[in-house]
Write a protein that binds this ligand. Structure first.
Ligand SMILES: Cc1ncc(COP(=O)(O)O)c(C=O)c1O
Length: 390
């Protein structure tokens, strides 16, 4: 390959490092737990060389896993990547490895991440401090706050609030803190946190990277020294994804740029339509010029994603009725797949919040979250219109 970094569309299709025996167009799946050697010295050398020669799959030292990691690293403009068995496995390893000096968590995060930080990790002596999204201006005017790691999601679930990645990162770096961002909602096609200065980028590969609701995996990208602190935790906790999952993920990545472009277009069309609907109070979508964080989104995102939420006129009962009236949207948690999904965050991902907290964050019973899929957008609009009118 020439020296110039190829475009994301090309990286997504080609595995630059993985051998393809017999001229196979697709790389083979090495569905093996271990690798044998011609003599014991070669085995000992392979183990001693770190991950450069395949020897045992739990270490991540399997050609298919290594090649998929290379592709994920390239997509994020990072040095290296670590694959995991789930997004939560990636987040757990990240927090255990880099959270011992305290974690500053900013804004809304996925409910599972909140439980891990607020309850489970505290019992291991890893403490987290939670700061609300509207406290950011106050936060960055201070210079004495010290934690080991700053963590946030942008866009956030389910408010789609946007955090200014460069501003938070340069502030955190001045204080000597590492910065990790959960980029699951955006994917590398819409947002490149590493290019904006963050140290570690985490994604649930179960969502857009996998894209077909048929695999569970997670990934962390970053530079080698920070990833090398996480790697032994993945090995000891046995958090590697299977070779078959890495193979399926690699197949899915080939269409990531195309899929995300279509998610972006469909979500923009639906958000604009909802915004002018008489039964809708408010639409949260970063691509809408009226969205409060639109200017920051425009600055740091190249597309606005397939996720949106909106408040309808009515109470919780009306909301449930509306959701139950939908035919093309499956009532299911998760996001980022080819099919459209609908959920009610106040009763699912954010059920742990008190009534007052939900009110303050506008995550009340009339808030509906949509993961917009790749169906024809007019069919999705017709389905929404029908659900309003039933
Ligand atoms: C933003 C975000 N991060 C992480 C996760 C956890 O991912 P997984 O289900 O692959 O463990 C989720 C799951 O919904 C998520 O929405």
């Amino acid at each position: 390959m020439p020296n110039k970094q190829p475009s994301l569309e090309t990286i997504a299709i080609h595995l630059f490092e993985n051998p393809k025996p017999f001229g196979a167009v697709r790389p083979p799946l090495y569905d093996t737990t271990t690798f044998s050697f011609k003599d014991i010295q070669s085995l000992n050398d392979a183990i001693g060389s770190g991950n450069t020669h395949p020897f045992y799959t739990r270490y991540g030292s399997n050609p298919g896993i290594l090649a998929t990691e290379k592709k994920l690293a390239k997509l994020d403009h990072a040095d290296d990547a670590l694959l995991f068995s789930a997004g939560m496995a990636a987040l757990s390893a990240l927090f255990i490895a880099h959270g011992k000096n305290g974690i500053l968590c900013i804004g809304e995060v996925y409910g599972g991440t909140h439980t891990l930080l607020a309850q489970q990790l505290t019992s291991l002596g890893i403490s987290s401090h939670f700061m609300q999204y509207d406290q950011i201006p106050e936060l960055i005017s201070q210079s004495c706050i010290k934690y080991g790691l700053v963590f946030f999601e942008t866009p956030a679930n389910p408010t789609l609030n946007i955090i200014d990645i460069s501003t938070i990162t340069s502030w955190a770096h001045q204080q000597g803190m590492l910065v990790a961002v959960d980029n699951t909602f955006a994917s590398p096609i819409n947002q490149q946190p590493i290019k904006l200065g963050v140290d570690l980028c985490v994604q649930s590969a179960t969502k857009y990277l996998g894209g077909h609701s048929d695999l569970t995996a997670g990934v962390i990208t970053g530079n080698k020294p920070v990833l090398d602190i996480i790697r032994p935790w993945r090995t000891s906790l046995g958090q590697i994804c299977s070779p078959a999952t890495a193979h399926l993920l690699d197949r899915s990545l080939a269409t990531l740029p195309l899929r995300v472009a279509c998610h972006n277009d469909n979500a923009m069309a639906i958000a604009s339509w909802l915004e002018s609907h008489p039964q809708v109070i408010r639409v949260n979508y970063p691509g809408l010029p009226n969205f409060p964080d639109h200017a920051i989104a425009k600055k740091q995102m190249t597309g606005f994603g397939g996720m949106l939420s909106f408040e309808i006129k009515g109470n919780g009962k009306d909301t449930i009725q509306f959701i139950n009236n939908l035919n093309l949207f499956s009532r299911a948690p998760s996001l980022g797949g080819v099919e459209s999904l609908v959920s009610q965050p106040s009763k699912t991902s954010h059920r742990h919040l008190t009534f007052e907290e939900k009110k303050k964050k506008r995550i009340q019973d009339n808030l509906i979250r949509l993961s917009i899929g790749l169906e024809n957008h007019q069919d999705l609009l017709d389905d929404l219109e029908l659900a309003f009118n039933l």
